[in-house]
Write a protein that binds this ligand. Structure first.
Ligand SMILES: Nc1nc2c(ncn2[C@@H]2O[C@H](COP(=O)(O)OP(=O)(O)OP(=O)(O)O)[C@@H](O)[C@H]2O)c(=O)[nH]1
Ligand SMILES: [K+]
Ligand SMILES: [Mg+2]
Length: 457
């Protein structure tokens, strides 16, 4: 249903080094646009015969003005529209070195009609030319940014076009229902239209609404995984929260002292735990205090706990019987509980109904079991398996799906006489779904997206 997104007609030819600059095995240059073959003729020897598309050719590259030989390597020509960008594209695979890259880029800049590419310009052209949709471009950016295995896998789902397909199918469904309602408007007075048509539209919309609800009820797994899972460590002073934080950091990242109230600021640490992106947050111990600075720290701790996706309460085993009420209130069935200082306390049976462990951060006792348990919880809560439906990975997707859901709700609340209003609600819904894939109104999203791309992608 989706052809061209934005009509920024590309008459220009842009080029970039697509591989990292500097010393490496191979440097890849991409030249995309109508002058791609012109670049071939200017730079490549022998240029007498033009390259067969999609075939690698041995070549020598020379300076277009002096004819001085620069390097030799391989050239491949992708004829439009069967290229990454959908435009005529030339790729040169040469040796990589700083001076060599600079000389080749300089030579390319002297080819008439060629100019250096802007960040993300190749992908932007691919989008413009209908080679991919907005969710795929976002997925690609996320794939390049992915730092852990779970992030990589979720980005792939979008980059491969699964999110796009789901959204397009939903949009087509809405348009199908809209066609029925419009038929009632057009032929409503004649006998050709059965009352069944309205019921049919209602049935379709009900199903679509359910599918959207199913996608929305994903626990925000996609968005959380992409951004990193925030795990807030909290508890009373001196329980060993910062000691645990340092255990994960593998260095003395936070101050640890025997004085209660040591930690004041909120500290963060990003790490990869079993393939999951975890943002660990250390916070000030919670207690009543008259110390102004400590009070501020405790306020920050409370907001960090609220903002977190998961929370871990650290309790010293010695304080087990006397956990203050305001800390008890923060422990929900979803809170992980770590009883620390096993080395100086007697072991006890863990209460059921709560993910909990006993450990000694000091001696390392029980830590393996705790880490394995934590990884399993992350996997249960946030993992996205290949067989599952694509999930929402950006707040933007959720926003438009929620709006579309509202429109379908509004449609279903209307009586069958209100066909004109009903058609309008469906049009709004289709429009919202179109925004996810970028079929409507996306210029601002594109600018934000491609700003973060590297040049040459
Ligand atoms: N015996 C024993 N002491 C520990 C253990 N873990 C931490 N401690 C000690 O407990 C004291 C407090 O540790 P911290 O890590 O500063 O505790 P905290 O919860 O961050 O404290 P605040 O920042 O003040 O809230 C320090 O003296 C640690 O060395 C443990 O497993 N066993
Ligand atoms: K302390
Ligand atoms: Mg601390």
């Amino acid at each position: 249903m989706l052809r061209r997104f934005v009509s920024t007609a590309t008459r220009e030819t842009f080029f970039a080094l697509a591989s990292p600059p500097g010393k490496a095995g191979v440097a890849v240059y991409r030249i995309s646009g109508p002058a791609a073959l012109q670049a071939y003729k200017s730079l490549v020897q022998p240029a007498a015969t033009l390259p067969k598309p999609w075939k690698l050719h041995r070549c020598t590259v020379q300076d277009p003005d002096t004819g001085a030989r620069l390097d030799d390597g391989l050239a491949v020509y992708f004829a439009a529209p069967r290229s990454y960008t959908g435009l005529d594209t030339l790729e040169l695979h040469l040796h990589s070195g700083r001076a060599l890259c600079a000389a080749v880029l300089d030579a390319l800049a002297r080819v008439p009609g060629c100019r250096p590419a802007r960040p993300g310009e190749f992908t932007r052209a691919a989008l413009t030319n209908g080679k991919m949709d907005l969710t795929q471009a976002e997925g690609l950016r996320d794939l390049l940014d992915a730092e852990t295995d779970a992030q990589r896998r979720i980005a792939r789902v979008a980059a491969e076009g699964k999110t796009r397909k789901t959204m397009e199918r939903l949009r087509e469904g809405v348009i199908g229902a809209l066609a029925r309602v419009e038929a009632i408007i057009d032929f409503g007075d004649s006998e050709e239209i059965e009352p069944e048509t309205w019921n049919d539209a209602v049935r379709r919309v009900t199903e679509l609404r359910e599918t959207i609800e199913h996608h929305l009820a994903d626990g925000r797994r996609g968005e959380i995984l992409r951004a990193g899972i925030r795990l807030a460590i909290f508890g009373p002073p001196n329980a060993g929260k910062s000691s645990l934080f340092n255990f994960f950091a593998r260095r003395e990242a936070a101050l640890v002292t025997p004085l209660p109230g040591t930690t004041r600021d909120v500290l963060e640490l990003s790490l990869d735990l079993g393939g999951f992106p975890l943002i660990l947050v250390d916070t000030a111990g919670l207690r009543e205090t008259d110390d102004v600075v400590e009070k501020l720290g405790i306020e920050r701790a409370r907001s960090a706990i609220t903002d977190a996706d998961l929370s871990l309460c650290v309790l010293s085993m010695e304080d087990r019987g006397r956990v203050p009420k305001d800390i008890q209130r923060l422990i929900t069935p979803n809170t992980l509980v770590l009883y620390n200082k096993l080395d100086v306390a007697k072991a006890f049976e863990l209460p059921a109904g709560q993910p909990a462990w006993t450990v000694s951060v000091r001696t390392g006792d029980g830590m393996d079991t705790f880490l394995a348990g934590l990884t399993r919880i992350l996997s249960d809560k946030f993992d996205v398996r290949d067989t599952e439906e694509p999930v929402i990975t950006h707040a933007r997707h959720r926003y438009h799906l929620e709006r579309a859901h509202e429109c379908l709700d509004a449609f279903l609340a209307l009586p069958s006489e209100e066909v004109v209003l009903a058609a309008q609600e469906l049009r709004y819904a289709a429009n919202e779904l179109g925004r996810v894939v970028g079929a409507v109104g996306v210029e601002d999203v594109l600018d934000a997206l491609f700003k973060d791309f590297c040049i040459g992608k």
